[in-house]
Design a protein around this ligand. Sequence first.
Ligand SMILES: Cc1ncc(COP(=O)(O)O)c(C=O)c1O
Length: 388
Amino acid sequence: MGDPGPTGRFGQFGGRFVPESLMPACIELEAAFRAAWADQAFRAELSGILRSYGGRPTPVTECGRLSAELGVRVLLKREDLAHTGSHKLNNVLGQGLLAQRMGKGRLIAETGAGQHGVATATAAALLGMDCVVYMGEVDIRRQELNVFRMELLGAEVRPVGSGSRTLKDAVNEALRDWVASVGDTHYCLGSVMGPHPYPWMVREFQRVIGEEARAQCRELLGGADPDVVVACVGGGSNAAGMFAGFADATGASLVAVEAAGGAAMTTGITGVLHGMRSALIQSEEGQILEAHSVSAGLDYPGIGPEHAHLGELGRARYVSADDHEVIDAFQRLARTEGILPALESAHAIAWVIANAGTAGLPVGSTVLVNLSGRGDKDVAQVRDILRA
Ligand SMILES: Cc1ncc(COP(=O)(O)O)c(C=O)c1O
């Protein structure tokens, strides 16, 4: 999982399908990121903030009771313990520092569930930047508490009333804002999607997950690597960051778990959306369809282009978990390990539970799961589902 070069292509996927007016902004951003990422001082500053403010390194936890029940050794990479409760902060602190280096004082972002919006508002507060978060009207209703959280952090949440009034429309609106404001504004995109350089840049900012996890596993496993590495996928940033530590360096099998109602890799068709060519859920006429999942963070009708490529190469396997399995996994991890996972992360746990003891995850094997976030935000929703 290396540098896709100036075209931003991962095999036949990726690229930069943007209007002429956005081309200079994408080119400027790529050049700035390339320079920053090659600059040891920038990397040291980011690592320092991730350590002293973000709570890194996050630990790897051995799941003794769940392992005994399943007959496989389950390890969790605890991104739920990072500040703001998920992996999203790794990316926004990187992009926030980069924006400052580019002389930009304003951050804009899209959000669906609100997690990326909260992380961006947090980074903006820390770095003293203005922040506007675009959010579909439907999501604003569903995620009231996160809207208030962003406002407490000093961000302005702008409702998006176009289209289906959800995440994909919020991305469109953020891109529109960026066209008009690029002189002083950085668009802080929340996953490994969108036009080049975002899929590559966001993966690099999330790479810290995989690099830490590999070293921690080698220590725990006496120098060995896990047999299987699993992560959930919305746009694909937590999975890309985790896989970056293992895809080239080890023979571990990589498994990415999508929401069954938004499974771009297993049910999607190649197309262009939000500046990238990738696998998308669309009708035969090319209309983008609504993704559905119990977890708002996996409600995206596409997947990052590098995932489409890894899937085509066969280096990673793309599977799905349905809402029922996810609610079961949420409760199972709570009761066996005392950890409430985000519903997004519960997709990865659900796959482990469903596959322990099969050819994909044989008895006695070791599986590392990226626990991308904590479930506090989902408790009220799970209560309503369980009581219905
Ligand atoms: C905890 C958590 N995990 C996973 C995701 C999915 O995003 P990605 O696939 O980019 O990691 C989200 C998105 O909001 C999230 O909040």
